[in-house]
Structures are given as C-alpha cells and as structure tokens.
Write a protein of this length. Sequence first.
Length: 384
Amino acid sequence: MKSFCVLALGALLCACRDTTPPSQSATPALEASPGPAPAASGAVLPAPPASSSASAPPRSWVGQKVTGEDHAMGTHLAYASFTTATVDAARLHALYDQATAEIRRLEKLMTTWDPASEVSQVNAAAGQHPVAVSPETFEVIREALHASELSEGCFDITFETMHGLWKFDQDLDPHPPTAAEVKAKVKYVGYRHVKLDAAASTVFLDEPHVRIGLGGIAKGYAVDKAAKVLLDAGVTSFFVQAGGDLYTHGVKPDGSPWQAGIRDPRGPDGDYFAMMAVSDHAFSTAGDYERSYIVDGKRYHHIIDPRTGYPATASRSVTIWAPTALLADEIDDAVFILGPEKGLKLVESLDGVGAVIVDAHDRVWTSKRLEGRVKLVHPPADGL
C-alpha cells in the first residue's frame, strides 16, 4: 500500500509518503485529530488521589500524550497514546518498539519481496506441491479466501499473478499494457486456485502460473496485532497506524474521541472532505489517486479488478469502518471494485461495518451504520 498521510494530535505530528511495494490494495492514510470534546462521552481518566503513596506517578504524568514513529511493511508507522497511573511514557515507548517488532515479524512471514518468506515459498512451489506455513499465515490466507467468496471475487490474493504488468510503484511507467498482455495473465487469476489443508496447515497453488500476495490484507492484520500489544499492557487510549490502516482504542483523557479524516480523492494532499469520531474501530481507505497516472484523458490506478485485469472504474475512494483493521483492509478494495450499490450491500451484511464511498461521478454514499456519524467538511472536488 502506498499513500500520503498526515497525522495530527492537536498539532501536526508527521507528514510522510509511504513506499510500500505494489499490492492489490492501497489505502490513503487518515487524519487523527482531537476535535471538540463531547460532554460526558467516554471515561475520563481520574487524577491520582491526594493520599496516593509516594510510589504513585506525579499528577502531571497521568494523561500525558506520547507519540512514536517507525517504519515496517514498506510503510510509515505512527503511534499515539496517553499515560496512565500504571503506564508511564518510558513504558509506552517500549511498547511501541514491541508493536513494531511484531509487525516486522509478520512481514517476514507474509511479504513477497523476500524469497525466504512463507508466501514466497508457496509461490515458488505453484503447480508442484503444497507448502506448510505458520498458523498466522494460514489464517490470513483463509480469511482472504473468505473475503473473495463474499465479494464475488473482487478481493483476490491471486492478483499477484499480474505482478509486473501494471507499473504503479517505484517502477512507475505511464504506459498501460496491451490488451493481449492483460488477457495472457488475467486468465490465471482466480482465488479458487488456492487450496488449503487445515489439518496439515498447507497452502497449494494448483496452477504453475498463479501467484498470491497478501498486500491487501496483511497490513490490517499487523495493525491488529500491534494494537493487541498495547491493549495487553493496559493502555487505555491509543491509535496505531500503518500507512492508511488505522485502529483506535478508547477516548482521550478529556473524554473526547479520536477523529479520523477522509482524504478528498481529487483535492490537494492533506485535504479531508469528511471527519468522523472513531473509538474501538478501524478505518481503511482505498483510493485511485496515489499510485496512478493519466494517459489520453483517462486515469489508470493500482486498484485492479481481478475479473478484468484493468483498473476498477466504479469509485474514486472507499473508506471502511470496521471492528478490526484486518476486516477493514480486506473489504475496502472489494467495495471499491463492486461500486456503491453492490458494495454497500456487502458492507451492510457484515456486523459492525460501515462505509463512505465517493463514486466515479463524485457522489458521496454513506452506509446506514454511519448515518449521522460522518461530518462532511466540504463536497469532494471534481476532476479527472
């Protein structure tokens, strides 16, 4: 995934350009900002009582904002949280390091850029024999296949079969492939080529030309695992962001929620057309604007419809609100490709999931679960 992101927590925290390797899904990052503090919303962390023991942290330590940044999975990582009476700033920085280490561990299992990774080993054995993988890699692949079934094949990890045909990343080349080149590869794309054996924890690609890539789902899974590091340590208010995959937990000490902003797909970098309070949920956005080029008045971008082999045309951006970053990450591209009508049907069928869609005609669609939650800052800009 590749995106431009701006994070703000009262003041600007960072500005970064993601350099993720090519993948099926790319998500523009969101903005996290304080926003107005609602009356009596959520729990406000209490100050230590006057009679607290000498070992208790000073009042000034409680509710202190602590931020962190790092890099993994080819993208920028950002953390923010608040200290509590039992978790101080030094502990939070140590937890950020642990969370990043967890993300890097998963990257080694699931990347296609390392020939020693489990996914690369599966690809190398395509059409030959099954490959035993770790329980985590197996579970992510199984979840990906489930998403393919739900989305009529619009989410498909065998999109990796077309790797090198469309060039939108470091190898950006504004020359679309020929119809013959697309046809020659797209015929091998299809999630049913992936065969799983749960008892043996193996993955087998039954066609030698097929390849899989977890770029459209692994980052969401990693964000959830990083969030678990903080949750297990008793952190009560935080967010974790990897590129455009964002998960927030709790509310800030003043009771105000975390706020997420949705980038205007035709606006300038850092321009958000909508905002929404987010607590204990994830946000992930698929957009056609970051990894793209325009040729002869037509925009070509990295979100390829695996059924056709060409960039999807029904949407400009799709933002998914979901209970987990894994679910948000795997659904955003599918909804983008399906378009607003079929996409919203999929969204409404999933518990705790909502969506904001900017369609090809610049119209904004909001799912039922997000009605009244999303604040429109301004209409999305028009443009090619």
